[in-house]
Write a protein that binds this ligand. Sequence first.
Ligand code: FAD
Length: 366
Amino acid sequence: MHYDYLIVGAGLYGAVCAHELTKTGKKVLVVEKRPHIGGNCYTENVEGINVHTYGPHIFHTNSDIVWNYVNQFASFNDFVNRPKANFKGEIYSLPFNMYTFEKMWGVKTGEEAKAIIETQKNQAGIKEPSNLEEQAISLVGKDIYEKLVKGYTEKQWGRDCKELPPSIIKRLPVRFEYNDNYFDAKYQGIPIGGYTALIKKMLGGAEVLLNTDYLSERDALDKMADKIIYTGSIDSFFDYSEGRLEYRTVRFETEILDVKDYQGNAVINYTDRETPYTRIIEHKHFEFGQQEKTVVSKEYSMNYSIDSEPYYPINDSKNNQCYMKYKDLAEKQGKVIFGGRLGEYKYYNMDDVIESALNMIKTIIK
Ligand SMILES: Cc1cc2nc3c(=O)[nH]c(=O)nc-3n(C[C@H](O)[C@H](O)[C@H](O)COP(=O)(O)OP(=O)(O)OC[C@H]3O[C@@H](n4cnc5c(N)ncnc54)[C@H](O)[C@@H]3O)c2cc1C
C-alpha cells in the first residue's frame, strides 16, 4: 500500500492534518506509538466519566475559525474553568480576583485591593523585579505570593522562586473585579463525550496504526509515503545528534472513589510546599456528571527523564539554542514537515495547535 502522506502521531496536530488531507482525496496513514489516539488530549471512559488521562484539558479560544472548526466534530458544553486554591485548608478563588482579595484581606473594592498590593510591594522595596518572587510580590503583594504562588510554583518547577526568572509569571492573570473565569476567551467548553471521540472523527478518513513507533520502523514506513508529517519530538527524529531537549513532566495518581462528589470542583490547586502534589482533578465536573462514583487524579510535577513523558518544553536560552540547531536540520529534510508541540518544541494550547496545523496544510495543498 502506498500513501500520499504518513503522519507520525495521532494527537490533535496529526488529526487535523489527517482530516484536511483526506478531505482533498489524499491517502493518509497515521502511526501512533501509544495504544490510543488523541495524544495528550486523550480521554478515557471510567465509570461513565471521561477521564483526562494526561491532565485537565479545557478548550478555549478567541478564534471564530477554530471554534467553528472543532464544532464540526463535537458539541461543546458550557463548562467554565473556575479553579480554586487550597492553602493548608483555606480555600481561595483563582485566578486572583476580588473573591481572592476579599477572602485574604476583607476588602470589597478594587481600589482597596490595589492599595494593599502597592503597600506590600513598597515594603519589599522592589523597583525592577529580578526574579519570580519579586515579580509575584509586585503583581499581587506578599500575602498572596506566600500563600498562593510560592509553594505551588516551587513544586511546579522544582526550584526556589528566587532562582526562577520573572518572565514565567509576567502574564499572571490579576483581576480587580468579581470575575473568576480563568480563561479570558470568547469561547470555552468541553467536547461532550470527550476529546477521544472528537479526534476519532477527525481521523475518520485515514488509516491509523496504533502501537507503532515510527523511529523503530523508520526504513519501512519511509518507503510507504511520498511525504511525512512528524509530530514526535524533534530531537529524537535526529537521534539526539545536537543534544537532548529538556522538559518538565507530570505524573498522575488516579483513583475511583465510592462517593458522588469529592471536592465540588473540577480543579483544586494545593498551594502549600508540603503537600507533594500540585493539584487534584475531579473529572466528572468537566461534564457536570451525576454518576454515583467519582474519579480523581492527583498531579505531581517532576523532572524529566528519558523514560517519562515530555510535557512542558523548558524554553530557556540553552534549550532554545539547541532547538534552533534541530530546526536547521529539519529545514534541510525535503520530505518531512515537523509540527505540533513536540515537533516545534513549543507550548501550544489546543486552539493554537489546530490553527498551526490548518495554516501548514494550506501551504502544502495547492
Ligand atoms: C497537563 C496539560 C494540560 C493541558 N491543558 C490544556 C488546556 O486546558 N487547554 C488547552 O488548550 N491546551 C492544553 N494543553 C495543551 C494540549 O495538550 C496540546 O495543545 C496538544 O495536546 C498538542 O497536540 P500535539 O498533536 O501537538 O501533541 P501530542 O498531543 O503530544 O501528540 C503527539 C503524538 O505523537 C505521538 N508520537 C510521538 N513520537 C512518536 C513516534 N516516534 N512514533 C509514533 N507516534 C509518536 C505521541 O505518542 C502523541 O500521541 C495541556 C497540556 C498539558 C501537558
